[in-house]
Ligand binder design. Structure first.
Ligand code: HEM
Length: 496
């Protein structure tokens, strides 16, 4: 897709405004809109303006003014991801890459550079890698997964419940998915915090991103080698022993894919769902009144704020047409769940409640559809529900307008979600969440020890996360309201 003097659709840009190419005003060569820039554009607003002007597929510019199409229509997004004969996730045929427009230090290179993972593979190779991933994930025991999500939630809440205040992004949403994923993959519990810190660092591109990435990769390399030598019953071992015969590099890269894909998306989903519950009075009332379930609230959040706003990228294998635009072989396209979910053809009223309807684009579709969606949903459902059960009086500490977001082309994160509540006692991490009178002595009961690594096996630590201040004043006893239907369901699920 070579930018032309006017837009590639041939429609002159008649809107009054700055001259095309002005770097301060969000347009570049050909008058095309930049999805990045010094004044980071409000992408939601930009997508709606693009939809109005170009229809369901619009030409845009990525960093360094690399041309791209953004797919705004719901049907067009689905058509693209479900048509592997026309579109591929393998970037090697992308014209700007072949022509040298995308430099090796391009900020989006980590998403573009081909890696030996199913997310970048096609055809037989995709099937081989994906078969190993889905088979390994298929060995996860769902009941055990629920227990793990619950106990990790209890442990995280125990860290701050005595203080009466917390930031639910940095102290909860960013930790829970990593704790669960470390357990699923077979990494010892003591790695959770350091992994969160390293993954956060690596994904946010801070000064220490490369160091943090190296830390994660060394930890995963060590895990692969240990399971190759002595398999156990975890996802890593099943990846290593799968008949597809993954090499050590392939196993390690898939562990990274699983860890990062799960961490970033599920942390976002948890934070978004909690914000929705805390800021929209109707939600809380409907949850408490039993007219809405937590899974329905999660599904609504997947429509309104999909954890990946866009996925880079899909690449045209042949000349074709999409949403009225002529797509040339080698063109790149952004799969875009955020604007796709707001397509007026499927959602004439963008504020409408979708009532558990699951046809949003948050998990993609076609051969690359997210294989971890049930795990992501379970972490969010159980995490939100267990947190609300432990802290039923939780409320936002600041005005809703003071909440801040960090946006990139790929996602939009809440920076923090400060909350207040009456201080509560700790709870045994292996119990279902409970508001019943809790006895701190239960915490001293022995709990099963996680599978450990020996001192020599551990990779060098990255800087320790900030120490949690000790829980101060003794927490008051909490008198028990009658069990909610969620608690009853918990007891049923846990066989209590
Ligand atoms: C709420 C949480 C999650 C969301 C919103 C999400 C979303 C997505 C999306 C949009 C894709 C790309 C689909 C495409 O390329 O067309 C994807 C791929 C993938 N996701 Fe997830 N994901 C979530 C959680 C997880 C979890 C928990 C895991 C692992 C346990 C996971 C593992 C993967 C993998 C391995 C792929 C690549 C699949 C392939 O290319 O064949 N995801 N996910």
């Amino acid at each position: 897709m070579t930018p032309e003097p006017q837009t590639p659709t041939g429609t002159p840009d008649t809107a009054p405004g700055p001259p095309p190419g002005c770097p301060a005003h969000g347009t570049g060569p050909g008058g095309l809109h930049r999805l990045y820039g010094p004044d980071a554009p409000d992408l939601d607003d930009l997508y709606e303006r693009l939809r109005e002007k170009h229809g369901p597929v619009a030409p845009v510019l990525l960093h360094d003014d690399v041309p791209m199409w953004v797919v705004l229509g719901h049907a067009e997004n689905l058509h693209m991801v479900r048509s592997p004969s026309q579109y591929t996730r393998d970037s090697r045929g992308w014209t700007p890459l072949l022509e040298g427009m995308v430099k090796p230090d391009h900020p989006l290179m980590p998403h573009i550079a081909r890696q030996p993972i199913c997310a970048h593979a096609e055809g037989d190779e995709h099937q081989r890698l994906r078969a190993a991933v889905t088979a390994a994930m298929g060995t996860i025991d769902h009941r055990g997964l629920r227990r793990s999500i619950n106990s990790s939630t209890q442990e995280l809440v125990n860290r701050f419940c005595g203080r009466g205040r917390a930031d639910l992004v940095s102290q909860f949403a960013e930790h829970l998915p990593m704790a669960v994923m470390c357990e699923i993959l077979g990494m010892p519990e003591e790695f959770d915090d350091r992994m969160v810190q390293a993954a956060r660092d690596a994904l946010k591109g801070t000064d220490t991103a490369i160091q943090s990435h190296t830390y994660v990769m060394e930890a995963l390399q060590g895990l692969t080698a240990r399971r190759r030598a002595r398999p156990e019953d975890d996802v890593t071992s099943h990846l290593v022993t799968h008949p597809a015969g993954l090499s050590d590099d392939e196993v390690r890269e898939h562990l990274r894919l699983l860890l990062f894909a799960a961490y970033e998306t599920t942390a976002n989903l948890l934070a978004n769902a909690l914000r929705m519950v805390l800021t929209e009075p109707g939600f809380r009332a409907r949850l408490n009144g039993g007219q809405m379930t937590v899974p329905e609230a999660i599904e609504q959040s997947l429509w309104d704020e999909p954890p990946f706003s866009t996925v880079l990228g899909y690449y045209a294998k042949q000349d074709t047409e999409l949403g009225g635009q002529r797509i040339r072989r080698g063109d790149g396209l952004l799969f875009a769940p955020a604007p796709g979910n707001l397509d007026p053809r499927v959602r004439p009223d963008p504020t409408a409640h979708m009532k558990g309807n699951r046809s949003h684009l948050a998990f993609g579709g076609g051969p690359h559809e997210c294989p971890g969606q049930d795990i992501g949903r379970a972490i969010a459902d159980i995490g939100v529900d267990a947190l609300l059960t432990r802290l039923p009086d939780v409320r936002l500490e600041c005005a809703e307008e003071d909440l801040r977001w960090r946006s990139s082309i790929a996602s939009r994160h809440l920076v923090s979600l400060p909350v207040l509540f009456e201080p509560k006692p700790k709870q045994d991490v292996n119990r279902a969440p409970s508001m019943s009178s809790l006895h701190p002595h239960r915490l001293q009961e022995p709990v099963p020890q996680p599978r450990g690594w020996t001192e020599e096996e551990k990779p060098a630590p990255v800087a320790a996360p900030p120490a949690e201040p000790p829980v101060s004043a003794p927490a008051p006893e909490w008198s028990a309201p009658p069990p909610s239907r969620w608690q009853r369901m918990w007891r049923w699920l846990l066989g209590e």
